[in-house]
Structure formats: C-alpha cells, structure tokens
Design a protein around this ligand. Structure first.
Ligand code: PEP
Length: 253
C-alpha cells in the first residue's frame, strides 16, 4: 500500500550503544511528533537489529529492517545472513540492490532477483533500490538504465507479489555526495517508474506502490522532494544517523 515512508539506512555505522541510543531517541521523538500518516523504517547493521527491533516493538508505524540478505534459507555461505534469520528476529523489511551492494560486492540484477524472491517467500518486504551512475545521467539514458534494473529483477513477479514491494530510486551520483537530484529530476524518474509499472501491472498497482527517493536527503531539502507527486518519501543514509534530523525529515510531508 502506498504510504509516506522514511527509511534510515545506517550502513556500517554505529556500535551497539550508539545504535540503541539513536533508535531510542528516534522512537521517543516519533511518538510525540509524527502523525499516523508516516511510516519509519530503521535499518541498522545486523549486529544491532535484534535490540533495535525490541526497542521498536509496540510503536505503531515504526519498523526495523536489514540492509541485505542471502537468497538461500541456510547452508555453507560463510558470512551471510538468510531471510529466515531476519524473520526470526521479527524484522519486516530488507534493502535489496543498494548501489553499494551492486558496485562494491558485484551484485547483478539476476542475484537481486533471487533475493527479492527469497525475501517475499518469508513475508518480508523488499526495499528494492535502483538508480543510475553519473555517466549514464550525463548521456541522458537514465530511464532505460533504471527500467532494465526493474524489469530484470522485478517483472517476473506476480501482480500480488509486486504490490508488496517498496521501490527506492537512488541516483548513484547523489548518494553520500551531498549532491541531490532536483525535485524535477526526482519527479521525472518516479513518474517514469510508475508508468512502466502501469504498463506491466496496471494503473491501480502503479498508484499503490510506494516509491522513495534516496540520495543526500536532509532536513533542508526533504520538503521539496516529498512534495513531488510521485515521491512517497525517502531512503536516507548519512542524515539517518542523527535522531533530530531524521525525525525532522519525517516531518517534511
Ligand atoms: C543511501 O545510502 O541509500 C543514501 C541515500 O545515502 P545518503 O543519504 O547518505 O546519500
């Protein structure tokens, strides 16, 4: 279902104490300052996810997710974590296909497709990331690039499964760089994504999908980005590590 959503991807940051403090502060502020129209998703490193989830339990509209997972349920995959393990500690969402996973860990559209299937199989919600590098944006071929990421990793899904997904459009040139897509650039791509979904699954499905923008979202630019018709919120990296700023971003709808 289409919801205003702000997800905080902590990446490989915070130790256990810092993670508990950050999440407690966010949960307290959100309880008194956010209305029920906004969902928050806290996405800590695996090591703190269990505790953060316990802190979040009972708080309406606050969810806890993971930054990645393997596509198998178990087995000889040293260093990996499976969707079943995430489900076992009551996480609800998993980020898949983040550009750092694609670029640093060579994840292909095919691998991400398998992860999407595995995550859905265990009733977790994939937050599927897509987005073009700077060279592609400079050539003006970003629509075709993002379309093929979505087609190759998601378009095998049934309509029912597709409707369970959250999409995050994250232009790589805007991630962690301080450069943000302009509201016009974000809106154009979000509309393009919604229209390709409409062609494949119908207008109703396209209208019901949450599409988040990611790439240097901050308290001072969130309002104009979230005001765009097809932008349903943000996937936030750096700015999710400060409780006050993160909650202020969530107050920008
Ligand atoms: C991200 O990691 O998904 C992200 C968008 O990072 P940042 O907000 O720091 O650009």
């Amino acid at each position: 279902m289409r919801r205003n959503t702000v997800a905080g991807n902590w990446k490989m940051n915070t130790n256990r104490e810092e993670g508990n403090k950050l999440s407690s502060e966010i949960i307290n502020m959100a309880g008194s300052e956010l209305n029920s129209e906004v969902d928050l998703i806290l996405i800590p490193p695996f090591t703190h996810a269990f505790e953060v989830q316990k802190l979040a339990t009972g708080n309406k509209n606050i969810y806890v997710g993971a930054q990645n997972c393997h596509f198998e349920d178990s087995g000889a995959f040293t260093g990996e974590v499976s969707p079943i393990m995430l489900k076992g500690i009551n996480l609800s969402h998993v980020v898949l296909g983040h550009s750092e996973r694609r670029e640093i860990f060579n994840e292909s559209n095919e691998t991400i497709k398998k992860k999407v299937d595995a995550v859905l199989k265990h009733n977790l919600t994939p937050i599927f990331c897509c987005g073009e590098p700077l060279g592609i944006r400079e050539k003006g071929t970003q629509n075709a690039y993002v379309s093929s990421q979505i087609e190759e990793s998601l378009f095998h899904l049934s309509k029912l499964d597709f409707e369970k997904i959250i999409i995050a459009y994250e232009p790589i040139w805007a991630i962690g760089t301080g450069l943000t897509a302009s509201p016009l650039q974000a809106q154009e791509m979000h509309r393009e994504i919604r229209s390709m979904i409409a062609k494949k699954y119908g207008t109703e499905t396209a209208q019901n999908i949450s599409i988040l923008y990611g790439g240097s979202v901050k308290p001072d630019n969130a309002k104009e980005l979230f005001a765009c018709e097809d932008v349903d919120g943000g996937l936030v990296g750096g700015a999710s590590l400060k409780s006050r700023g993160f909650v202020d971003i969530a107050k920008s709808f």
